[in-house]
Write a protein that binds this ligand. Structure first.
Ligand code: ADP
Ligand code: MG
Length: 247
């Protein structure tokens, strides 16, 4: 389903922490309706790249374009308003609030007085229905499993006008069936033309869901590949920067 059309382009992005170059002139291209895996060993710069993409960190240099338009997201909310939504490893939700409040958070009236709870709950239910998730949205979020909380975080991300969805290790605390359920959701979002950036350490998940792969190593771009074009051994070789024999 992915198209050839570039949705998000990052050009020559650099980011240093003190004298340490976490990103060194990195390019990244995401197409409309594609699932794009971002791979690399620990410390390769994956999270830093998506933090730049989602307005958490400003780049030292480089540029970002969304549908050809130069953008400069200054915060996650700013990025979200531009159409770039993120779900982080550390799920940033509020377990004591209801599911509906979590889905709608940031888009509710400033005062609790005057909230139309029925409407709020209905909007949250509609957002969750996109993910085939039917749960009682009035219950505290913390009463549900991590997998469901993860889906709620995605529902919140996509209930705005999202064009790019960024997931940093979304599967790290999910079991096999939950991962499969998440992939069904990602494919459905892909079918709606959303571009998905997906960080994982599990290469079998890359085979299962990714259309293309970008590999980073020591803050540098190694390359960008169609996911079917590389064997597992070739991929690991690129990640670690060494030729591997048969093993
Ligand atoms: P990855 O997600 O690929 O594991 P990161 O992007 O999180 O890698 O980190 C890349 C490198 O930058 C690591 O060596 C990490 O220690 C360093 N780094 C990341 N964030 C900071 C920070 N806020 N301050 C200092 N160093 C950082
Ligand atoms: Mg990381």
């Amino acid at each position: 389903q992915p198209t050839e059309e570039t949705l998000l382009e990052m050009r020559s992005i650099s980011k240093a922490f003190g004298s340490f170059r976490a990103l060194d002139n990195v390019d990244f291209h995401l197409r409309t309706g594609e699932i794009h895996a971002l791979l690399g060993e620990n410390g390769a710069g994956k999270s830093t790249l998506i933090k730049v993409m989602t307005g958490v960190l400003p780049p030292d240099s480089g540029e970002i374009r969304l549908s050809g338009q130069a953008i400069r997201p200054r915060s996650p909310l700013d990025a979200q308003a531009l159409g770039i939504a993120s779900v982080y490893q550390e799920v940033n939700l509020l377990p004591n609030l209801s599911v509906a409040e979590n889905v709608m958070f940031g888009r509710m009236p400033q005062s609790w007085r005057g909230i139309d709870w029925k409407k709020l709950n209905r909007q949250a239910e509609e957002a969750l229905a996109v993910l085939n998730l039917e749960i009682d949205v009035r219950m505290p979020l913390g009463s549900y499993s991590i997998a469901i909380q993860q889906l709620v975080a995605i529902a919140r991300a996509i209930s705005t006008n999202v064009r790019v969805l960024v997931l940093d290790e979304p599967t790290s605390s999910l079991d096999e069936a939950e991962v499969e359920g998440l992939f069904v959701v990602l494919r459905r979002l892909q079918g709606r033309g959303i571009g998905i950036v997906f960080i994982t350490h599990f290469l079998d998940q890359v085979d299962a869901v990714a259309d293309r792969i970008t590999v980073l190593r020591n803050g540098k771009l190694v390359g960008e590949y169609p996911s079917s074009s590389l064997s597992r051994v070739e991929l690991v070789s690129k990640m670690i920067g060494k030729e591997l024999g048969a093993f």
